[in-house]
Structure formats: structure tokens, C-alpha cells
Ligand binder design. Structure first.
Ligand code: NAP
Length: 290
């Protein structure tokens, strides 16, 4: 397979990150497709805004494309891979989701049934709308072909060699710190508020931990709308820790923290304040205690 321009590439599905992956591939000179079957108006709007070709069904997408990128909620990564296999896709499949190495290997195994070639991916950074912000880590025997697809685009790539699970492990290690420490900070502040000590804690932070109050505000507002998706990601990190002989407890707790915030998915941005997020953590802990 040639690794120059003009490949036909599928992105399932164009969410906030997926559409930036699609845009990077278009910038690099490829034709990018998606399928509108079962997707929301928001995905259709994004696909339309960037002129992705709508294959309408997954079967048509699999027939048309020689590469497919999976960029979906981590909890759905295996389900999406099974659906692709049922469509007899036999090109290169790049799973870009925040999943454990074990889930990645299961995806690879599922895909081998239809003769597809698995490349492990892990995205670090926000959707790639500016140069230098976002890196797609890649590993596996066919990873170099995927790296070549992004030449000249806003998406950076980093190769981690031939191992089929290295990119997923990298993503788990990175996101474990960013999202795991965020969950810990939110639940510690909720505990302080439970004791009526939120303001006193902020005053102590200002003296000895400058920047922590700013981080609390930014993670409350930034993570709350995505908390529903982080539940699956924390489960994947807990499993990765356990498989590596490390204690998964911190990430099992983070699952509960993000579950308590899951309803913010549909809240208007102006309703997502640090006070509202902390209230949701305190009221969930009261409900589970009663
Ligand atoms: N956003 C980021 O900053 C970021 C950073 C690094 C890595 N990532 C990774 O990128 C992936 C996607 O994140 P995102 O921010 O693009 O999420 P998102 O904005 O929520 O988009 C998810 C996409 O998947 C689709 N989807 C929803 N439920 C699905 C299901 N049950 N089966 C198949 N597809 C489904 C959605 O379609 P509908 O809405 O039409 O149903 C949407 O197109 C995740 O694995 C995440 O870890 C994201």
C-alpha cells in the first residue's frame, strides 16, 4: 500500500476529537469519509462543516476506505471494532481511543477475523486545531504507514515502535495523571467543603500551593461536561494498573467521582461552576451513605 497522499480514510466518528483527526487527514491531502448511520445531529453538523463524504452506512464506509480511524467513547471501542469486522473490513484500522493495552489487544484480535491490520493509537492533547498542541502516539507493525498519512498536518505523531499495545499504555499513563489527579483534587475539595473548610483551604493554597485553586476551577469546568466519558477511561486505567501489578484503587475511586458528575453532559456551560460540581459530589456521597 502506498503511503503518499490520496488515500480514502474513514473516521468513526467525528466527535470533538474525531473531526480534528479528519481535518488533519484532509489537510494532508486525503479524502475523508464518515457514516451518518446512528449518529447525532451534532456529528452530522461537524462532518458537514468539514465536507467529509457521507458513506451513510458502516458497510459502505468499510468498502470504500483503506484506513479507518476509531475515535469514539473508550467504553465503545470494542463494540465499534466488532461492527467493523462484521463489515469484512480488511484495511488498516487505527484505534485512537483511551483504552487499556488489554482492550487494545482484544480489538486487534477481533479485527484479525476479517483480515484487517491493527495499529495502536493514543491521542494526547486537545483537538488538533493549532500546530504543536496534539500528538497521536502510534505503535504496531503498520504504524509507519499511519505516521506518513499525517505529514504536513496539524496532528503531530510519535512512533513507539512495533509493540501492539505501547500507544495505549502511553495514553493510560498520561491520562492517569491528568484525569486521576483532577478527580483526587475535586474529591478532596468536596471533603473540605463537607467540613465547612473550603474557603480556609483556598487561603492555605494561596500561601503554600499557588495555582491549585485555579486548577480546581479549570478542572471543574473542563472535566464536568466530559465526565460521562471519563468513567470508562478510568475503568480502563484501573485495569491497566492491575495488569501491571500496580494498585488500581485510585482509579476505581476516580470512576465514582466522574460518575457523580456525569449529568453535566447536558448542562449549559454557564451552569457548570466549581460550586455546582462540588455540590454534585457532596450530594452523591450523602445519597450513597443513606
Ligand atoms: N476531546 C479531547 O480533548 C480528547 C483528547 C485526547 C483523546 N481523546 C479521545 O478521543 C476519543 C473521542 O473523544 P471526543 O472528544 O471526540 O468525544 P465526543 O466529542 O464525545 O465524540 C464521540 C464520537 O463518538 C460517537 N459515539 C457516541 N456514542 C457512541 C457509541 N455508542 N458508539 C459509537 N460511537 C459513539 C459520537 O457520535 P454521536 O454524538 O453522534 O452519537 C461522536 O461522534 C476518546 O477515546 C477520547 O479518549 C479526546
Amino acid at each position: 500500500m502506498s503511503t503518499t497522499k490520496n488515500h480514502v480514510i474513514g473516521v468513526v466518528h467525528p466527535g470533538l476529537m474525531g473531526i480534528s483527526v479528519a481535518n488533519a487527514l484532509i489537510e494532508a491531502g486525503h479524502r475523508v469519509c464518515w457514516c451518518s448511520e446512528n449518529r447525532s445531529a451534532a456529528s452530522a453538523q461537524r462532518a458537514g462543516d468539514y465536507s467529509l463524504h457521507d458513506c451513510e452506512t458502516l458497510a459502505a464506509l468499510c468498502n470504500e476506505c483503506d484506513f479507518i480511524f476509531s475515535v469514539c467513547p473508550p467504553a465503545e471501542a470494542l463494540v465499534v471494532a466488532r461492527a467493523i469486522t462484521e463489515c469484512s473490513f480488511n484495511g488498516v484500522y487505527v484505534d485512537c481511543n483511551a483504552v487499556s493495552p488489554a482492550t487494545g489487544k482484544s480489538v486487534a484480535q477481533v479485527l484479525s477475523a476479517s483480515g484487517a491490520h491493527y495499529v495502536d493509537g493514543g491521542i494526547i492533547g486537545p483537538p488538533a486545531w493549532s500546530a504543536g498542541t496534539t500528538r497521536l502516539y502510534l505503535s504496531g507493525p503498520r504504524a509507519a504507514e499511519v505516521t506518513a498519512l499525517f505529514e504536513g498536518s496539524l496532528m503531530g505523531t510519535v512512533s513507539l515502535g512495533e509493540a501492539v499495545d505501547a500507544a495505549s499504555a502511553m495514553k493510560m499513563a498520561y491520562a492517569g495523571w491528568t484525569k486521576g489527579s483532577a478527580a483526587l483534587l475535586l474529591s478532596l475539595f468536596a471533603m473540605a467543603e463537607h467540613h465547612g473548610l473550603g474557603e480556609a483551604l483556598k487561603q492555605e493554597w494561596a500561601l503554600s500551593q499557588p495555582g491549585l485553586e485555579k486548577r480546581l476551577n479549570s478542572i471543574a469546568q473542563g472535566n464536568a461536561p466530559k465526565a460521562w466519558r471519563f468513567i470508562g477511561e478510568m475503568q480502563q486505567i484501573a485495569a491497566t494498573m492491575e495488569d501491571a501489578g500496580q494498585h488500581p484503587g485510585a482509579f476505581e475511586s476516580a470512576v465514582d467521582v466522574y460518575a457523580a458528575m456525569a449529568d453535566f453532559k447536558s448542562s449549559p456551560a454557564h451552569d457548570i461552576t466549581v460550586e455546582a460540581v462540588i455540590r454534585s459530589l457532596i450530594s452523591t456521597s450523602k445519597q450513597s451513605a443513606s
